[in-house]
Design a protein around this ligand. Sequence first.
Ligand code: KIV
Ligand code: ZN
Length: 500
Amino acid sequence: MDKLFIFDTTLRDGEQVPGCQLNKIEKIQIARALENMGVDVIEAGFPVSSPEDFASVVAISKAVSQPIICALARCTKNDIELAAQSLQYAKNKRIHTGIGTSDEHIKYKFHSTKEEILERAIEATHFAKKLVEDVEFYCEDAGRTDNEFLAIVVEAVIKAGATVVNIPDTTGYCLPQQYGEKISYLFNNVPNIHKAIVSTHCHNDLGLATANTLAGIANGARQIDVTINGIGERAGNAALEEIVMLLKCHGELAIDTGIDTRKIAAASRLVSNLMNMPIQPNKAIVGRNAFTHSSGIHQDGILKNPHSYQIINPKDVGIDTDTILLTARSGHAALKHRLNLLGVEIDAEQLDTIYQDFLVLADKKRVVLDEDILILARQKNTSIKSLKLEYLQATSGLGITPSATIRLALEGKTYEASAQGNGPVDAAIKALKTIVQKKMLLHEFTIQSMNRGSDDTGKVHMQVEYEGRLFYGFGANTDIVTASVEAYIDAINKFLSREV
Ligand code: KIV
Ligand code: ZN
């Protein structure tokens, strides 16, 4: 079996997605799940982009020890220096630097020439190599870069010390055959190619990220950049779970990823939940329907023999089909067991508080689902210094003017207000705004049910503009007016925490 290195960029390319921003605690939770699963490299952030990103790379470097921790840097001294500083506590560290190499990037982004780009690439690699041993170089937009120039850059950066060369199809443009030929071209035309590992980084703009990654592997790439659930810029990146499972299903390819596939479902839910990114129901491997057989003919076949319609045993990806239903009668132990299966580690004190909320929810809903539990666990992560909703009463209906009264608590003080609006959410938000007197503008506002049934938990996502910046808020409750106000408050807490 050939070893394929798994480079997970959920916390960098994935976290770049609007609305997916995480706090440090959440990033550590995901990094630990990735470590447990057995990924080889965690791209923990882009330290120059913000002080928060820098601090997160530091925190992740301290929290996990098995995988290589990687930090992204453009080809500038400042970026590379900050990346190295952010990695100071990492046991195994890597700087991932690079520059655009396609004509489009050279001409329109850098107003430069191939010669200058080559020089910058070599200089940056030399500089990074002085600070860390392990340097990965990415040729941004390699998918649209002409192969001859790509080979020149790859040869030069390997000579300058790059241990891994990354060939991103940044715009998701390539067809699988083209991408495979690109990788093959490098193996045939770069004399020192065997001194480095070749990596894929495929975006999904044409729905080909997985196919292109596979083409890269088939032509010699031995590292793949992937994300959990395939999240990432625009249409996303190649999904870790898809490549890992296709290699497991096709043992004849003789590629070993070293991933503990039974941890996939928990990691997928954790990322979806913390990043506010719902998983499409028919998503391969991790979608709600991925192992659901609905037609009578299929059900009959499955009952006779699961192999008739199932190429993957759900248990192999950590989907426990015999799960215990969590209801108001379930105890602490059952809740803790479920949380652990979902990838959430908690201490006894946290379990106690989550359990109280669990009982309240279980009284409202007959069965408490995994998604509900993840939301309860997540709500306990919010800081004590933040604004909290203590009380909300909203009245609405045909022939009456909707109105709402809310009470908020902040650092030991409480504030109450009432207002009318064109609906209960509008009234509640108007009341909220009379307390929080800041110039805020609501942009996106989506309400989704989590599963089905009128007793379901409603999830609300909001974008609130404040001082020219967009802040994302999330709320979940069986009462959608409460969920909406919680989402607004979540967004307010995000900018309040920056003002402190
Ligand atoms: O898509 C891309 O080119 C990237 C690089 C920074 C690796 O994300
Ligand atoms: Zn990317």
